[in-house]
Design a binder for this molecule. Structure first.
Ligand SMILES: Cc1cc2nc3c(=O)[nH]c(=O)nc-3n(C[C@H](O)[C@H](O)[C@H](O)COP(=O)(O)O)c2cc1C
Length: 265
């Protein structure tokens, strides 16, 4: 990996925020006190871009994550603690969807946000398969039902399917499937789970409903026709999946949850 760090000495005030925020201590001051990369950066830099993003004076550029590609944080756009709390608490798993499909740009916009979720060593291992076509989503639901029939589980779900009701993917018009190559990350489960959580919340902020599709993920591990239908890149595994569509019903209340389980020391 090629990597180089350049400092605009006119702008750098030697505050050392870049040094303090580097997760692997790969920056130190040079003889004149300007930040410089240590040799170890060649091997250990995880391209997180924090050194550049934290610089209050735009004095630092790093070629693995060039300054040109970063966006400024707009404080006025940040939600209040109360609105974050309300978004998080009011997000619900939606199990009844309108037939209305979401437009491509909306689906692309919610996926865009998912790129910013945390990932182990910033490896960003999560990939997406976005099934936009409602007919294909139904086909996938059918394959999950085939699997349930084969291993004789969930007779109620199978009966419902036979009577024209999809209780597996809930008749959602879209399905976002998150997959990764387990050889490319030490924590693919966490990477995909967090990316999906971001997608879930982002969808909610756009007025889209969503629900985690656990049945489909379980079937992926055991049912070859489903694996074939998804046709993922070689070695990739499905870790999470999210149904998406416009909710038929609006939730007017936030349900109760268990009391916080916490030990304070
Ligand atoms: C890993 C995971 C798998 C899930 N799988 C399903 C599923 O297959 N079908 C479903 O209806 N809900 C599924 N859910 C949704 C949960 O049932 C739901 O999050 C929980 O009941 C709490 O409701 P809330 O999300 O509205 O707060 C899943 C959730 C998670 C985290």
């Amino acid at each position: 990996m090629k990597i180089s760090l350049s400092i605009d000495q006119e702008k750098c005030i030697k505050c050392y925020s870049c040094i303090a925020e580097c997760p692997f201590d790969l920056i130190n001051p040079d003889k004149e006190g300007f930040p410089q990369l240590r040799k170890a950066a060649l091997r250990r830099c995880i391209r997180c871009g924090h050194c550049m993003a934290v610089c209050g004076n735009d004095a630092l550029d790093i070629t693995v994550s060039p300054l040109a590609g970063i966006t400024a944080v707009d404080k006025r756009m940040l939600p209040t603690p109360q609105s974050v709390e309300h978004l998080l608490k009011s997000r619900r798993s939606i199990r009844t969807y309108k037939k209305r499909v979401a437009d491509h740009d909306t689906l692309a916009a919610i996926l865009e946000v998912s790129r910013y979720s945390p990932s182990a060593h910033n490896c960003q291992s999560a990939h997406w398969l976005m099934v936009e076509d409602p007919l294909e989503v139904q086909k996938l639901a059918g394959l999950v039902v085939d699997y349930m029939r084969e291993i004789k589980v969930f007779p109620g779900l199978i009966r419902a399917w036979d009577q024209g009701e999809d209780k597996v993917l809930r008749g959602a018009p879209h399905l976002a499937i998150c997959h990764a190559d387990p050889g490319k990350s030490e924590h693919p489960v966490e990477d995909c789970t967090l990316s999906t959580a971001y997608l879930d919340l982002s969808a909610s902020s756009f007025g889209l409903g969503s629900c985690w599709a656990g049945f489909l993920v379980q079937a992926f591990y055991k049912h070859k026709p489903l694996v074939e239908a998804l046709a993922l890149p070689e070695n990739h595994v499905v870790y999470t999946a999210l149904m998406l569509g416009y909710p038929k019903f609006k939730y007017r209340h936030i349900p109760q949850r268990d009391d916080l389980k916490v030990t304070w020391r």
